[in-house]
Unconditional design. Structure first.
Length: 142
């Protein structure tokens, strides 16, 4: 009989530790998603800077689109395109046409939103060239 109690205690401890571990792994997934978003946003800013620097050096016209993905040569592998209605998939980039925002949908349901700012300076002044920048908006839940 005593063995059953010991077994029950061991199973309870292992189950509790497994739940704590799963919670920690979920938090790490969210942190990794955020790191990926920041890395991709930095790449997009560099791509915008490349387009603007090329225009300053050689002239020409800038794209008229408000979608930053139309401006850059290299797009993230998980970029789906421009949509009027958000897609159902997670951990992807897409452009929300009605809002005019580039969106990354996190696995956990949060949205990282970006807007191409033209002709002015926003609160996020990283890599602003010729008044054009990629500004991050507030993170929100779906």
């Amino acid at each position: 009989m005593r063995r059953y109690y010991e077994f029950a205690i061991v199973v309870t401890l292992i189950g509790t530790l497994a739940l704590v571990l799963l919670g920690a792994l979920n938090a790490v997934r969210d942190d990794m998603d955020e790191a990926i978003v920041q890395s991709e946003a930095a790449n997009l800013r560099l791509g915008l800077a490349e387009v603007l620097t090329h225009r300053e050096a050689f002239g020409g016209n800038l794209p008229q689109s408000s979608n930053p993905m139309d401006w850059v040569a290299t797009k993230p592998d998980n970029y789906l395109g421009a949509f009027d209605v958000p897609p159902d998939t997670r951990s992807v980039w897409y452009f929300d046409r009605p809002a005019g925002e580039l969106v990354y949908r996190f696995h956990g349901g949060y949205l990282a939103r970006f807007r191409l700012v033209k002709g002015g300076f926003g609160s996020d002044e990283r890599l602003v060239i010729s008044g054009i920048s990629l500004q991050r908006l507030d993170k929100r839940r779906e």
